[in-house]
Design a protein around this ligand. Structure first.
Ligand code: CTP
Ligand code: MG
Length: 389
């Protein structure tokens, strides 16, 4: 199942006012609001593509402020209303995507947890949206601001984005609404409801607020300042060594390299993947590879080490972490690692579900012919993993 995200960013930000241009291009710290919003999704392993919808007048702003990314599709032009912009976004997505999450550019703090809730919600429902319970008492007032009624808040919720849909269903709903000139919908779930979809609520997040006024923009900057102060990035390290014995090749970072020897061990003896596995486990204090896959267990005899690393990556994700960088150094005299470096990086990326290859590094060095590595009795690997929470 491929999930795409549509980010609508074609509004004019009239309620924010001022002379600084549309709110989605205002700077929060060093990046504009829209860049923060895009990053929330390109960093999510289950999001394959991000389609931004912009105003025709903002093309230069977009080009100068938004960084390219392999998940980011070229922007399309929006319409006069939010609804029209959302329609342009979903219409631009091809049939390779089964599901779509539609999100406001003006909500730059959507967490992976909220995105996970939506992705999970649309496994079983046709539409899911993040909502938060209302904490304040609700009053209905007349034109002169005199209270007419206290409204029960028990079954009232505040709707947020991203709202998740089956792509072809929301496409059809938007097309139907446009055909019948139903143009007053303020969110996509309302378009879905109009088309007869069952819409379900999942847990939203108070931090996922929409920047509407100057006060909201100030609150967003404050939040960025706090996040910068308390950025929770953890680093783990890993080391492994295996003995070289008779054979016809070594497996390093999941790639078999022809050689006149082989690495000996209980599993496939892939020192690269073992060191990376330990580095990842180190970021969440989850012991080491031996505690999860004991060599005494016959189940792991000759096992491909992919599964060790995939398991560690899953544990990190389950703990709420996002892998921001993996770096491994292989220490050996031979075989030459350089020619295989890029396929190794791709393999590690694939195992860990990381799409951005710049986040993965494979390096190699010799041991200058000294010690057990220099005598080609073994190969060692050192790794670090950085994970943000
Ligand atoms: N949006 C859009 N196309 C429109 C109108 C709105 O893509 N024609 C987007 C906005 O860029 C924003 C989101 O929809 O990310 C939510 O809309 P809102 O907060 O109302 O933004 P603006 O319309 O820009 O602000 P205002 O209503 O104050 O002018
Ligand atoms: Mg608006």
């Amino acid at each position: 199942m491929k999930n795409a995200v549509v980010i609508v960013a074609a509004g004019r930000g009239e309620r924010l006012g001022g002379s600084g241009g549309p709110k989605q291009y205002r700077l929060l710290d060093r990046q504009c609001v829209l860049q923060h919003t895009i990053d929330c999704f390109t960093s999510h392993p289950e999001i394959s593509a991000v389609q931004v919808v912009i105003h025709a007048d903002d093309q230069d702003l977009y080009k100068s402020l938004i960084q390219t990314h392999n998940k980011l599709l070229p922007p399309v032009t929006g319409g006069k209303t939010r609804q029209a912009s959302c329609k342009a976004g979903v219409d631009a997505l091809g049939g390779e995507f089964q599901r779509v999450l539609i999100h406001d550019a003006a909500r730059p703090f959507v967490s992976h947890a909220v995105t996970d809730n939506i992705i999970q919600g649309i496994q079983t429902n046709v539409c899911a949206l993040p909502a938060i319970a209302i904490a304040d008492t609700i009053k209905r007032a007349g034109k002169d601001l005199s209270v007419e009624e206290t409204v029960s808040r028990d079954d009232l919720f505040l709707a947020q984005t991203p709202q998740g849909f089956i792509l072809h269903e929301i496409k059809q709903a938007h097309q139907g609404a446009a055909r019948e000139t139903e143009t007053e919908f303020t969110d996509d779930a309302a378009v879905g409801e109009w088309a007869g979809m069952t819409v379900s609520l999942v847990e939203g997040d108070r931090n996922n607020f929409k920047i509407t006024t100057q006060q909201d923009l100030n609150a967003a900057q404050e939040r960025i300042n706090t996040m910068n102060t308390f950025a929770d990035v953890r680093t783990g390290s890993g080391y492994d060594v295996h003995i070289l014995g008779p054979g016809d090749g070594v497996i390093l970072c999941g790639i078999k390299i022809p050689h006149n020897k082989s690495l000996q061990g209980h599993s496939d003896a892939d020192v690269g993947l073992h060191a990376l596995t330990d580095a990842l486990l180190g970021t969440i204090g989850a012991g080491d590879i031996g505690s999860h896959f004991p060599p005494s267990d016959p189940k792991w005899k000759g096992a491909a080490s992919d599964q060790f690393l995939a398991h560690a990556a899953m544990m990190v994700r389950d703990a709420g972490g996002t892998i921001t960088n993996l770096d491994v150094t292989i220490v050996c005299e031979a075989p030459k690692v350089g020619p295989h470096r890029d396929v190794m990086r791709q393999k590690v990326a694939e195992i860990c579900g990381i799409e951005d290859l710049t986040r993965i590094s494979v390096k190699a060095t010799t041991n200058e012919k000294v010690g057990f590595i220099g005598r080609e009795e073994g190969i060692a690997a050192l790794a670090t993993a950085s994970v943000s929470f």
